[in-house]
Unconditional design. Structure first.
Length: 103
């Protein structure tokens, strides 16, 4: 069984785009997961940011609270035309105030 070799460093932009192209179909839905505090204010900010980023394009958000309901996992699917757009939008989502972890 061949195991992929990963460099012991962060991937540069071109390497990240190559990984996205290899693992996703474009145009299409692209998954992003955000971990943040569980509250209505963050959800509203995230929803507003996605509306601005996506414009006419489709997106979905599924909120899954932690067991103690202090944090939540926001599973997002955005429609994107290309790997470049997917990476740009993922980076923009990561800059939303309140995002703790971006996957």
């Amino acid at each position: 069984m061949n195991t992929p070799s990963f460099p012991n460093r962060r991937l540069n932009r071109e390497e990240m785009l190559a990984v996205l192209r290899r693992n996703h179909t474009f145009p299409g839905m692209f998954p992003v997961t955000v971990i943040a505090r569980s509250d209505h204010a963050f959800y509203a900010i995230l929803h507003s940011a996605l509306e601005e980023l996506q414009g006419e394009s489709t997106f979905r958000i599924e909120e899954r609270p932690s067991s103690k309901k202090n944090y939540a996992s926001y599973r997002i699917e955005i429609f994107v035309e290309s790997a470049e757009t997917a990476l740009f939008r993922k980076e923009a989502i990561g800059k939303v105030d309140g995002v703790l972890v971006l996957l």
